[in-house]
Write a protein that binds this ligand. Sequence first.
Ligand SMILES: Cc1cc2nc3c(=O)[nH]c(=O)nc-3n(C[C@H](O)[C@H](O)[C@H](O)COP(=O)(O)OP(=O)(O)OC[C@H]3O[C@@H](n4cnc5c(N)ncnc54)[C@H](O)[C@@H]3O)c2cc1C
Length: 464
Amino acid sequence: MVVIGSGPAGVAVAERLYKERPSVTIAIIERGSTLLRRHFYTNGALIGERDRFLARHQVCPWEGDLDEGGALLPALGGRGIVGGSQLHRFYASDLTLWPNGLWPLTEGELDPYFREAETRLLGGSRCGGPAQEYVCESLANLHARHPPCGPAVDTERRPSVGLPHHSSVERLLALLDMDRAAPSRRLRIFTDTRAVRLVADPARPRHMSRVRCVPAGEPGGAHFDVHGGAFVLAASAVESARLVLVSGVQALNGMSTNVGRYLMEHVYCRGYLDVSRHQKIPPGPINVFVPPQSAALENRFQVEICSVTHPADGRSVLRVTGSAAMDPQRQNRVTLSPDRVDGHGVPRASTVLRLSPGDERRKMSLLRGLQNIAALLGGSWLAPPAVMPRGASYHEAGTLRIAQSPAEGAAAPDGSLFGWDNVFTGDASAFPSVGVANPILTITAMGYRLADRLASRLGIFERA
Ligand SMILES: Cc1cc2nc3c(=O)[nH]c(=O)nc-3n(C[C@H](O)[C@H](O)[C@H](O)COP(=O)(O)OP(=O)(O)OC[C@H]3O[C@@H](n4cnc5c(N)ncnc54)[C@H](O)[C@@H]3O)c2cc1C
């Protein structure tokens, strides 16, 4: 099994296959290096440090609308090493709510995978104490509460500076340790290795045989091929679609014309609320979220409230961030740049991501919601809520979405790309709608589900 990308998506597929199917050997191809062995605990004072780390290491390999604020973090563990203070299930209603983005699976089907993801990922401690309780009580009518915590949670609810979770890189390195101790090796991780093209098998219709790779930091370096029985695309929604498009295979086997289409992310709005002179908010860490207030499309947004320290004077500030869903639209898409290539001669991805009238209404509703939260909490805006550049949510989705037919999506409900028997979408590119929840937990649950589908087809791949 060849997995391209080592973020939360690639790790989920690999860890489940490795543990459940002892006959499988797995290669993971990752363009970045090992930058961190644990992830940043993203809360409180550490947020500034985390953001500086991100600014130093992230790269934006695409152009167009989404490059205004988005980027990849080429590293073992992907963006999972900096994200994860909010790990939510995809809200069940979002599976069926979006007229143009119905999921070909049910909440019940996903439930066991969510439970497993929660067991593996959530853990550590939670914010507690009077500050956290004050904010939850002030926003009780909006159902504000602490983000989900795992079974290992500190039940005393003692104040904590973060919400540790078991991140992609930690789980992958643990898997590698386990493999090193095993009598025969089954896991190979290629870091600093860029996948540039999938290559079809001339002898077997509907099958890829290998992925062409180049050393990531060496333009002009010699390429090599990694062969496999099956291939999982887990390079992020933009990069996974680019890999398919750049491989020049979409004309083969009646592939769907939806490859690259239905690109989405969250409309991201953020403000900073100064609560340093607030008489009632006690000192202490805060990490609270406010779920969507109803199933009306206009209200499909979620708000996160997090204590941060002002970088200049150390004042206590609340960072208030809203993520609103986007309508799935066919014209929002990833294509190949007609004239620009990267250092390896590969066409850059070009992104189109425009808001629909419904998105605009939802955005305005979100901005009103943020003002309402500020009024309920008190304090004054240090920076009033503003819409962040496109891409800034880092929650891209769609592009190879699963659907019942090629007319509606690019992949079958089991994740296999239409037209191909052994290529699978393993990241948020598979999402038919982006919904409201932060994606890591859903990406992980979907990764476990995909691993089970792959396992049930192992015989087919072995014969390849
Ligand atoms: C600061 C920050 C905070 C966040 N907070 C949260 C949060 O609290 N909760 C949440 O759910 N989400 C959060 N996110 C979003 C979350 O990190 C992403 O949604 C998630 O990492 C996506 O997982 P992925 O595996 O699909 O992609 P990625 O994590 O981007 O991993 C893709 C990997 O593929 C590699 N790759 C790409 N192209 C190639 C190629 N051609 N060849 C080889 N390798 C390749 C990349 O280097 C990367 O390592 C946050 C993101 C950021 C940046």
